[in-house]
Design a protein around this ligand. Structure first.
Ligand SMILES: [Zn+2]
Length: 234
């Protein structure tokens, strides 16, 4: 056996073999939406839906082709609550700063014009990342990573974030809650633990359905389940 450091193609082979072994029978990656709940509120135009986002990435079409081959198009596997958004069949392997790996990182479609990886704090710690809390798309100066797909590697110079908890809503919801786009509101979670998120970033768009996105750590911290009562407060 050579003592020379492994080159890139050797690493790729090792990771592929390891993944092939794993994909044979180990548990699937967490679903993108771990759970959800609907809570009616008197007079509200729409039910409040809370969904927990497991780690995932958004990619540009160019990056999809780098990872999956020229001309490759993402295949929708599961449609999400927001119109037109989906979890793709395709996933990638994330290689972090200490060569620690997360396999089966789900890709959410459709493609965007930038690449972004959204991890929970626990994921980041286990990978050796120090990642900031950012709103989606605000990725300047954030850490990068390497992604590996069946057709190649993608080196991201930035774009690894912990997504800020946020709520999507239509203008009629914003009117009801008396909040504006890019403001903050609170999310009160009941149940056995009880926890209020004080900074839920508000995103208003006519295409949006009323839905809060928190990550797996945040959901676990407040013991959130489908039965947990919850309420948006200005
Ligand atoms: Zn969202």
């Amino acid at each position: 056996m050579s003592q020379k450091p492994l080159n890139r193609s050797q690493i790729e082979q090792l990771v592929r073999r390891s993944l092939a072994r794993h994909s044979a029978g180990v548990a699937a990656a967490p679903t993108v939406e771990a759970s959800s709940a609907e809570s009616p509120k008197a007079g509200a135009p729409n039910p409040l839906v809370i969904n927990i986002s497991a780690r995932h990435c958004h990619l540009s079409q160019k990056s999809v082709e780098t990872l999956f081959g020229a001309g490759h198009q993402l295949t929708p596997k599961k449609w999400l609550y927001q119109e037109g958004q989906y979890a793709a069949e395709e996933s990638v392997t994330l290689i972090g700063p200490r060569s620690r790996v997360i396999s089966n990182l789900r890709i959410l479609g459709p493609c965007r014009d930038f690449d972004q990886v959204e991890l929970a704090s626990t994921d980041a710690i286990s990978l050796g990342f120090d990642i900031p809390v950012r709103n989606s798309g605000d990725i300047a100066g954030t850490p990068g990573c390497m992604l590996m797909g069946p057709a190649g590697f993608l080196e991201m110079s930035e774009g690894v974030i912990r997504a800020a908890p946020h709520v999507h809503m239509a203008p009629e919801d914003a009117d009801f809650y008396q909040v504006e786009n890019k403001s903050y509101m609170k999310l009160r979670i009941g149940g056995d633990l009880g926890l209020t998120f004080d900074k839920i970033f508000v995103r208003v768009d006519p295409s949006f359905k009323l839905e809060v996105h928190i990550d797996t750590d945040e959901g676990n911290a407040c013991g959130f389940t489908q039965q947990t009562p919850c309420e948006l407060i200005k």
